[in-house]
Design a protein around this ligand. Structure first.
Ligand SMILES: [Zn+2]
Length: 88
């Protein structure tokens, strides 16, 4: 099973999915998302970690990028606790 990676902001309690299997996504759209995320969270406490670890430890909202609208991030509800993977 592939491992996915997020960047999380502890101040805003949000995560952005940015990579998989030791790769960081780098299409134009991915790079725009990452740039906007970093600029929106300047001086905030950020954590780069695998998605399972972050979702097991925190109840942060997952961000997606709405390019059809005005390029702003939209927040998705956190995954229900019963669907989360337990880290042993
Ligand atoms: Zn932030």
């Amino acid at each position: 099973m592939s491992r996915t990676y997020d960047i999380a902001c502890h101040d805003c309690r949000v995560v952005l999915w940015i990579g998989q299997d030791r790769r960081i996504y780098y299409t134009d759209r991915d790079l725009r998302k990452q740039r906007e995320f970093f600029y929106e969270h300047i001086e905030h406490r950020l954590e780069f970690n695998d998605s399972e670890t972050l979702s097991a430890r925190y109840d942060f909202k997952s961000l997606d990028f709405d390019e059809d609208e005005d390029g702003d991030f939209i927040e998705k509800e956190p995954m229900p606790l019963e669907n989360k993977v337990k880290i042993i």
